[in-house]
Design a protein around this ligand. Structure first.
Ligand code: HEC
Ligand code: HEC
Length: 436
């Protein structure tokens, strides 16, 4: 069977409705024909198979009604409700794609029913044969799931909903999801109550847009289950919608904290900061991974010891070790894996906020400091703190170990890039770097 394929002209020529019907029919047909051949796992019961496809590994990422509401109100972030565009395989019987799990009363997510991911999201593939045979779903094969893209849009949606107008749309979609019986009259009740409490909602949201007040960085709020309830009855009793909105913001904080994403983000600044990154950093840190991303110590100016120590002889010793290593299932590579270049690599900036302290020797505590001229960087600092400073991007100067930049191999010199930017420009650049 052919995969669902739609020529662009169709949507233009035919009424949208019939195109939608065509998509629906095609998917329905596919669904019928694509099952999982249990001969792949002859010893599994149907419960085993179901657990592999949808069992929870306690990786719950977001409450089900929250994700449903995001999908409904942000079609630019979630262009298809079934999430197939992310490389996921739909499973309409379950309601979420293969590899999604569902768990009731997840405490850190406001005790709501939440979905998570398991191995099957990345390890079940649907394969379409060129010869026209029916597609097969192969357990264990690597899928096309783009997990980063999925987490990226969920996080973006939480930030977007910190805007009161979006929160209003969110509340309506959330109500429809938590209370499927809520009809037009309940929606109207919500709209009226919202209008009545509008100012208070805006004030309360503005006071804590990221729901991160009164909680240690990375720590989780205790959210009373009642705080997130929205239904007909409670709306009739003049539900405090400002408190509800604030609880939702706290819930978003918890979602991000569980994913270790810093949540104090100044979006306007981040937008401006992108230009500073392009002008000052991308020439080295962007583009494909290749030898072009290697820079000599003389050029970057950071501590030379690591580059000098990793000589050709040292690389050869590692390669000999790897070639002679014997372990069950291990196949030594035929190519030499390690080589000495005498240079440092300008690594990708993805997730750079999480890599404090910076540089190959961890000699610069925060990103703010890396953007400070080397002579003004701290000469010593403590390591071992778990408290993360989301303004400067780095762990705080605390902990049991004193790092002394005057010791051999510990120099914090060099890498002067961006140090001449103004304080405002640096702030914007930091905000942008948080988004990577
Ligand atoms: C976000 C996607 C993702 C998730 C979730 C995931 N994996 Fe993987 N896994 C991969 C990728 C990608 C590879 C590399 C596949 C390749 O090289 O072809 C891989 C490789 C593997 C391999 C090695 C396969 C081989 O041939 O060497 C094993 C074993 C494995 N995964 C098991 C698991 C288990 C068990 C889980 C759940 C606890 C899991 N994976 C969850 C993406 C994922
Ligand atoms: C001329 C090339 C070049 C430019 C321009 C450049 N970098 Fe780098 N960067 C490097 C190299 C090479 C390293 C590795 C140096 C080391 O570890 O000693 C590095 C390391 C880093 C690290 C440490 C990464 C880690 O995981 O510890 C950060 C952060 C960083 N750069 C940020 C920036 C920022 C922000 C800019 C723009 C203001 C920038 N860089 C501009 C070449 C460059």
């Amino acid at each position: 069977m052919k995969p669902c394929h739609f020529r662009r002209g169709i949507a233009v020529l035919v009424a949208v409705l019939s195109a939608v019907t065509a998509i629906h029919d095609c998917l329905a047909e596919q669904k019928k024909s694509v099952g999982i051949d249990t001969a792949q796992v002859p010893k599994w019961t149907s419960e085993d198979l179901n657990f592999f496809l949808h069992g929870s590994m306690s990786t719950e990422v977001g409450p089900e009604p929250v994700l449903r509401a995001f999908i409904k109100i942000y079609p630019d972030l979630f262009p298809r409700e079934d999430l197939t565009y992310l490389g996921l395989i739909p499973d309409s019987d379950f309601g979420w794609p293969i590899g999604f799990s569902r768990k009731d009363e997840v405490q850190h997510l406001g005790s709501l029913r939440a979905v998570g991911l398991n191995c099957a999201a990345c390890h079940v593939a649907e394969i379409h044969s060129l010869e026209g045979a029916a597609p097969v779903r192969v357990l264990g094969a690597t899928s096309h799931f783009d997990a980063e893209a999925f987490f990226g849009v969920v996080i973006l949606a939480t930030f977007r909903t910190a805007d009161p107008a979006n929160m209003k749309r969110f509340a309506s979609a959330y109500l429809a999801s938590v209370d499927p019986d809520a009809g037009e009259s309940t929606q109207e009740l919500l709209a009226n109550e919202w209008e009545r409490q509008k100012e208070k909602i805006a004030t309360e949201m503005k006071a804590d847009p990221f729901g991160s007040k009164d909680v240690e960085p990375g720590a989780l709020h205790q959210i009373e289950p009642g705080a997130l309830v929205l239904d007909d009855e409670i709306l009739e009793h003049e539900k405090d919608l400002a408190a509800f909105s604030h609880s939702i913001l706290k819930l978003f904080h918890n979602m991000r904290a569980a994913l270790h994403i810093p949540d104090q983000l100044d979006q306007a600044a981040a937008k401006r900061g992108a230009a500073h990154n392009t002008a000052n950093c991308v020439s080295c840190h962007g583009g494909a991974e290749s030898d072009k991303r290697l820079y000599s110590v003389a050029e970057v100016g950071t501590d030379p010891h690591r580059a000098e120590l990793f000589t050709k002889e040292q690389a050869a010793r590692f390669n000999k070790f790897l070639a002679e290593l014997e372990a069950t299932g291990y196949q030594p590579s035929k190519e030499e894996g390690l080589r000495s270049t005498g240079k440092y690599s300008a690594a990708s900036m993805d997730g750079v906020w999480a890599r404090s302290p910076y540089l190959h020797n961890g000699s610069v505590r925060t990103m703010q400091e890396l953007l400070t001229p080397p002579a003004q960087r701290a000469k010593t600092f403590h390591r071992g703190s778990r408290d993360y400073d989301a303004t400067q991007l780095g762990y705080t100067d605390a902990g049991p170990y004193l790092f002394d930049t005057s010791s051999r191999g510990n120099s914090n010199a060099g890498h002067n890039y961006g140090t001449a930017l103004t304080a405002d420009q640096k702030h914007d650049l930091l905000e942008y770097l948080k988004t990577l």
